[in-house]
Design a protein around this ligand. Structure first.
Ligand code: ADP
Ligand code: MG
Length: 378
């Protein structure tokens, strides 16, 4: 999914108030009725239609009918707008550049902040699959709080940010976290390539040990990455690995901890054998090597990402996995796993000038519609 930076520029204060009202209304309404939008936005009910029509035209919201009434809901572009607006007010995002990645559950862009420094914006996009299964897991949710893509994507970003902060503070090789809002995180742009794209390394044995040591060090801190594979390990030119992508991390006290730990270890063993012809009899084992000495899992829980939110996100991710594997069974032994292929990684496309700038997201969006000289050229 593209991030339509152009749509973000031409926004009046009233448009913004209506959009925000729909977001607030969505907390307890699947479809937000016009009367509630009017109340929440403090705009006359007669007057809001024009703004609603306009927002629908720009594909920031959609109208939908329930059996009882017609109402409105945010779509991803609208939610993107709200998050970017907040991040831009805080100075974390001043302009959006090229899309560098598109995963099953995220879009990744290079951005620049007010300090002109480049960084990475990751937009979490949970719920590209349906919500059928998770709706059966209602016990994780209050009756008035249905598991929407918006809520789940926000939880995923909150969780990733909380883990990135704690890991970064404790000296783990992860990107430096910069900011988070709604379903978005901003982090350091790494000068490194996914292991998946690397054909040769100087000493496969050295990298293999470093990665296994990283799995063990995480476990000693009470954590398991849960998706420790060649897509989520970036390698710098000097050969050092950096770990990314944390929404599925679990504690070593999780009921299935041993399964997740072994799966992470196996991913690396399988990849090194296949790609570099490297095999070792040495590899970590949960029972022997995962003795917890530090409580980072507890620290994350204390960081504001609650246990309840953790269970909700977990229930959702499990149901998505079940759904995905029902659709296309995959095994880690197959060469082309059910993971994004290299072709799905989108690189810069110079023909898309218009998409590449969103200066003017700040105070006076509506008036800043000209392509001024301070366009950020990435
Ligand atoms: P997903 O959850 O969709 O798998 P990831 O966080 O794994 O998203 O990121 C997808 C891809 O985007 C990565 O494989 C990498 O190529 C790129 N990427 C992500 N974060 C960064 C970063 N901080 N610096 C550079 N590239 C990144
Ligand atoms: Mg990933």
């Amino acid at each position: 999914m593209k991030l339509d930076a152009k749509a973000l520029r031409y926004m009046s204060t009233e448009d913004f108030r209506v959009l925000t009202a729909i977001e607030i209304g969505s907390r307890n309404h699947d479809i937000v009725p016009a009367t509630l939008i009017s109340q929440l936005s403090h705009l006359r009910s007669g007057g809001i239609n024009k703004f609603i029509t306009d927002l629908i035209k720009r594909k920031l919201i959609a109208s939908e009918s329930s059996s009882k009434y017609v109402g409105y809901k945010l779509v991803y572009a609208g939610y993107d707008y709200l998050a970017l607006k907040t991040l831009s007010k805080r100075g974390s995002v001043a302009s959006v550049g090229n899309q560098i990645g598109v995963g099953k559950e995220s879009d990744i862009f290079v951005i620049a902040g007010d300090n002109d420094e480049q960084a990475v914006l990751k937009l979490h996009r949970l719920g590209r699959l349906s919500f059928r299964n998770v709706k059966n897991k209602r016990d994780y949710f209050r009756p008035d709080q249905s598991p929407s893509w918006m809520y789940m994507s926000r939880l995923s970003a909150m969780k990733e940010y909380a883990f990135m902060q704690v890991l970064h503070e404790h000296g783990f090789p992860v990107p430096k976290p910069i900011d988070q809002n709604r379903h978005c995180i901003v982090m350091e742009l790494l000068d490194a390539h996914p292991l998946r794209q690397i054909e040769k390394v100087g000493e496969p044995g050295k990298l293999y040990s470093e990665l296994m040591d990283l799995i063990v060090r995480l476990a000693k801190h009470g954590l398991i990455h849960g998706d420790f594979n060649e897509f989520n390990i970036l390698v710098r030119d000097d050969g050092s690995p950096i770990l990314i992508d944390f929404p599925q991390m679990v504690s070593t006290s999780h009921a299935n901890a041993e399964f997740y730990f072994n799966r992470d270890v196996d991913c690396i063993r399988t990849f090194f054998k296949r790609r570099f012809g490297y095999e070792s009899v040495l590899y970590p084992k949960f029972a022997l090597d995962a003795n917890k000495e530090f409580d980072l899992d507890v620290q994350v829980a204390a960081s504001g990402f609650t246990k309840k939110e953790q269970s909700q996100l977990e229930a959702f991710m499990e149901s998505e996995q079940t759904e995905a594997s029902n659709a296309a069974p995959h095994s880690h032994d197959e060469e082309d796993e059910d993971l994004p292929s290299d072709e799905e990684i989108v690189y810069a496309d110079d023909s898309e000038e218009d998409e590449r700038d969103m200066d003017g997201l700040g105070e006076d969006d509506a008036s800043d519609s000209d392509d001024s000289d301070d366009d950020y050229d990435i």
